[in-house]
Design a protein around this ligand. Structure first.
Ligand SMILES: Cc1cc2nc3c(=O)[nH]c(=O)nc-3n(C[C@H](O)[C@H](O)[C@H](O)COP(=O)(O)O)c2cc1C
Length: 165
């Protein structure tokens, strides 16, 4: 019998519901794939937000973060993260970011060069790769592509871990 692979754990934050919707679509897609192939990884999500949430990650995970930047004109100002700071704090808490193998950014392309910028800022701060971007709630193509990328990144991270131990 084949060994079941660990699930894909995702931490996300969502202010107006778009990221929550995308996270749910990833979960549903993984269940559909898993039904056809029981060795395929399932996606499990944890929503950040809410009082006194204590999160200590002990296994690999990825992050979905939308972009909310204060005072931005969409071109070259407004780099200050607002609304989503709890995700940044959760990554820093308990050195959780050590287990994070990538961040997926979202936003609205009307913000031009600021599109998805928070994910890029996390990548610099925590030294983690940006896996991909999608807009608003994401399309079904985004869901399929990003599910595949999550599989690839998680496998690579797991392999690197086992080589070090
Ligand atoms: C006040 C405000 C600022 C925003 N700033 C940006 C931005 O700088 N770059 C960007 O790509 N999207 C920006 N957005 C768009 C959101 O990131 C986008 O709507 C996202 O899908 C929201 O995710 P959520 O519904 O999960 O909170 C902004 C939206 C609001 C309301």
């Amino acid at each position: 019998m084949e060994k079941n692979l660990a699930p894909i754990k995702i931490l996300f934050i969502s202010i107006s519901g778009n990221t929550r919707s995308f996270a749910q679509k990833l979960v549903q897609h993984s269940q559909t794939v898993h039904q056809a192939d029981s060795t395929a990884r399932l996606v499990e999500t944890i929503e950040i937000g809410g009082d006194d949430q204590f999160i200590e990650m002990q296994q690999p995970f990825a992050v979905l973060v939308p972009t909310y930047l204060g005072g931005g004109n969409g071109i070259n100002n407004g780099n200050q993260e607002i609304m989503t700071n709890e995700m940044r704090e959760t990554l820093a808490d308990n050195d959780n970011y050590h287990w994070c193998y990538g961040v997926i950014g979202s936003g609205n392309r009307n913000f031009n060069t600021q599109f998805g910028l928070t994910a890029k800022q996390y990548a610099v701060q925590f030294q983690i790769p940006v896996i991909d971007f999608y807009e608003m709630r994401g399309t079904q193509d985004d869901v399929k592509r990003i599910y595949q990328e999550l599989n690839d990144f998680q496998l690579q991270f797991e392999q690197n871990l086992s080589e070090r131990h």
